[in-house]
Design a protein around this ligand. Sequence first.
Ligand code: MN
Length: 287
Amino acid sequence: MTARTGRNRVLMMVLLLLAVVGGVQPQASGKFLVLLTNDDGYDAPGLRALVEAFRSRAEIVVAAPATEQSGKGHSITTSAEPIFLRSHRQPDGALWYAIEAPPATCVRLAVESLLPRRPDLVVSGINRGENLGITVYLSGTVGAAREAAIVGLPAIAVSMRGNRQEDYAAAAAFVAGLVEQLQQKQALRPGLFLNVNVPAGERRGVRVARLSLLATHEDYERRESPRGRVYYWSRWRPLEDDVEGTDVWAFARGYITLTPMTLDVTDVSALEKLRGLETHAETSVVR
Ligand code: MN
């Protein structure tokens, strides 16, 4: 054995020992911390699938709505109401939270007041049902990720067509692998706000796609209760197709879609056009 291979062997043994010790120790602070949330509720299968996929790779904390909050968009709990919550102690000592609040508030409360330290990443999902195109403005799943982006954390929203346990598990494994790739590319930075959608059945691959701007189909059926009271029932239909390059297009063709988003919704072209409306105090005609 040469001196070099001997040194390498010692180094390997030290690394192995560290790996073994690291594996049996309670999760040390400083480990990659992932905050998991969703809008389908604390007990939803999509959230459980993310827990299983991330458990072995990172320290995880769950802070999710106690009950389903789908379609609540970026709704928040204001200072007019209390925020009740229940904490659940995990076998590793971590506390997870079921919170009586919409997803965006769950994220903000967790980051500001509940977590042992600032998370390295927030993952929201896996939502039951895709969130493509304009739906990102309605979705509580995306609302939670947007709130994370607002507080300066990398955020990923994940949604899936269907509700089968094996599909949740496969989608969660994909997301965990995606996070590893993003880490390697050093893309997990504040401002990363990624919308991921996973189609049902056989997947053809992964596409980076821009957001479709088609309006979603929603109308309301007029009905009457047995006592003659009129009510309306929402009839929402998913978008079927859009032009090539959009998330709707790629999703319809069986691709997992990755849509990087930004918080800046300023219409830059209108910004220039509206300059003529600007006034200054000395010339203002506004009374
Ligand atoms: Mn949902």
